[in-house]
Design a protein around this ligand. Structure first.
Ligand code: N01
Length: 551
């Protein structure tokens, strides 16, 4: 994979561009392609060593797409690209997705405007010039009219604040910052803290390699078999042949996936009928069991309980030791934390070399040089894996911490609660756009497709500004309040807010609780279009100053 030299940073010194894009994942790469299409000058900065965003960082064993994958989790805008890339599996693994994104970077000649291993250290809005100035860790200073933050929703790693963590003498890795070289667990006593998607994907693989694996579980999780299998060539062919229709179906579907939503309630069926349907989905694998079986699983508690009971019964059947099985059984509303897909997770607890520590009964007291000490005693370890997740959705933006009007930082602006308009823009931060920002469908919609639709909206907006000789776009006073109310209202029709999760900010100590995802799916993207059709309703637009446009 071609890697770019950091020396290229010098080429950007004192450069004036039309747009600066932060993040070279799905969102940032496509934004670059779109803005080039307008004839604008744009540059992407990314701290990673390769393009790919989350797929460059998350190299932990077992990392795979946990959404309907091949051939749906990909860029959709180019039929030519769809024809050129063959997905091998239904749930592509991390190396495949990274290879795909590198292929895209080459195909669309993106690399010449992407600076890797380059961290943006400051971003400041200049009100007089109507421009952003960005500085990088290589000393470059670049200005641009537009700042596009495609920094990722799950990119600010949550390193837990456990006493003694830094004292651990063995190797310690966070799943979101995994080394590029294979980590060898052979013959080692390994501990893993965290049983979210990352932990659940990694645990079966580490268990096969390690001498012993100790899993430190705080909250048990419902996970569904991923059902990963070679992609049926007939499905691949049919999808390609009907790509415009497939794409449209995904755009119109609640989660951006090729599901045909059910019209039946789980309560319409007898227990036997439900069990038979759930069993069919379980055997097939994938998210269909929660999103496709009945329409009310994520909306009605009684319906939700029927599926939760089914999955708990599966745990009881799979895990041979009833005491361990019980510890693995969750009690929250299924699907209201990010729904996990696995490959042999519960089965792993039948292995003789795996120990489950239930932190609810036996909490961690400290990490020591030799392992993890819980209330019941010391667990001796050679290696430690932190699968402890992310300061999700807002964390990476707040780490970037741009300064808007009056020098106000984003951390100051969002100290009490985050506020956005459409999830795309922030009051007081003119000409700043977010891709997959808080209050967009982001993580509850097909993320590559959502990034495309948001990127296209930003492209159209910038074109409009240029055509109308406008230099500034910014949310009008107060629109963020109505938008926040709408996001909360959409979530309130679902069961999601009833569970503590990273959607609500509950996973980060001290983070305020606010539901961060717009649950409207397709309706959200229609709203974006309507705002644009009404001349960017809800925004204040200011005429262009001579200095604002770079060339
Ligand atoms: O993170 P998580 P993740 N002591 O926050 C536990 C996406 N993703 O990296 O539930 C002990 O879900 C925490 O416990 P609890 C995907 O969208 C995508 O697994 O808070 N435990 C939980 O068990 C996913 O949803 C892909 O009680 C602590 C775990 O750590 C999202 O990323 C692959 C702790 C964190 O789970 C995040 O998943 C992987 C502490 N101090 C992930 N702090 C692909 O598509 C936290 N925990 C490839």
């Amino acid at each position: 994979m071609p890697e770019q030299s950091t020396q290229q940073a010098s080429a950007a010194r004192a450069q004036a561009l039309d747009a600066i894009i932060i993040g070279a994942g799905f969102g940032g790469m496509y934004a670059l392609h779109l803005l080039r299409g307008l004839g604008l000058s744009a540059r992407v900065y990314d701290d990673a060593t390769s393009v790919g965003g989350t797929w460059s960082w998350n190299r932990y064993p077992g990392a795979r797409v946990d959404f309907p994958g091949g051939p749906y989790y990909c860029y959709t805008f180019s039929e030519e690209l769809v024809r050129e890339w063959d997905w091998a599996e239904t749930q592509p693994d991390q190396p495949s997705v990274l290879a795909y994104l590198n292929f895209v970077a080459d195909k669309f000649d993106l690399r010449r405007d992407i600076e890797l291993q380059t961290r943006v250290t400051s971003a400041q809005y200049d009100e007089a010039a109507q421009r952003w100035t960005v500085e990088t860790n290589h000393g470059a200073r670049v200005s641009a009219q537009f700042l596009i933050c495609a920094v990722g929703t799950l990119s600010a790693a949550n390193r837990p604040n456990i006493p003694g963590l830094d004292s651990f003498a063995g190797a310690c890795y966070h799943t979101g910052h995994w080394p590029h070289k294979k980590v060898d667990f052979t013959g080692k006593r390994v501990g893993i803290i965290g049983t979210g998607s990352s932990g659940v994907q990694a645990i079966p693989i580490i268990a096969r390699e390690a001498a012993h694996l100790t899993v430190f579980q705080r909250t048990p999780q419902y996970t569904i078999p991923a059902g990963n299998r070679p992609l049926d060539p007939a499905v691949a062919r049919q999808t390609r042949d009907n790509w415009p229709q497939v794409r449209q179906q995904m755009i119109e579907s609640p989660f951006g996936a090729p599901f045909v939503p059910s019209t039946r309630s789980a309560l319409d069926d007898t227990p036997e009928q439900r069990k038979a349907l759930y069993e069919t989905h379980w055997q097939k694998g994938g998210l269909g069991i929660a999103f496709d079986s009945y329409h009310d699983i994520l909306f009605e508690q009684a319906a939700n309980h029927t599926l939760a009971d089914f999955v708990r019964s599966k745990i009881g059947q799979i895990v041979r030791d009833p005491t361990i099985a019980k510890k693995l059984m969750p009690d929250y509303l299924i699907g209201t934390k990010r729904q996990i897909l696995d490959s042999g997770y519960y089965e792993t607890f039948n292995r003789a070399n795996v120990t489950l520590v239930d932190l609810r009964d036996d909490p961690i007291q400290a990490i020591t040089p030799g392992g993890v000490r819980t209330r019941s005693g010391e667990h001796a370890l050679d290696m430690l894996v932190l699968a402890t997740g992310y300061d999700a959705i807002t964390g990476a933006l707040q780490n970037l911490n741009p300064r808007g009007r009056g020098g106000v930082t984003l951390k100051q602006q969002w100290a009490e609660r985050f506020n956005t308009y459409l999830g795309m823009a922030i009051p007081g931060f003119p000409n700043l756009f977010m891709i997959h920002g808080p209050e967009t469908p982001s993580v509850l919609f097909n993320m590559p497709l959502g990034a495309e639709l948001e990127g296209e909206w930003i492209r159209d907006c910038i074109r409009y500004l240029r055509e109308h000789r406008l230099g500034v776009i910014e949310p009008a006073p107060g629109v963020e309040i109505a938008w926040g109310e709408e996001v909360a209202e959409a979530a309130s029709h679902t069961l999601f807010p009833l569970t503590e999760s990273w959607y609500t900010g509950a996973n980060i100590p001290g983070k305020h609780r606010q539901f961060a995802v717009h649950m409207g799916g397709p309706r959200y993207f229609q709203q974006l279009s309507q705002v644009a059709a009404k001349g960017y309703e809800g925004f204040v637009l200011e005429p262009e100053q001579a200095a604002s446009v770079s060339a």
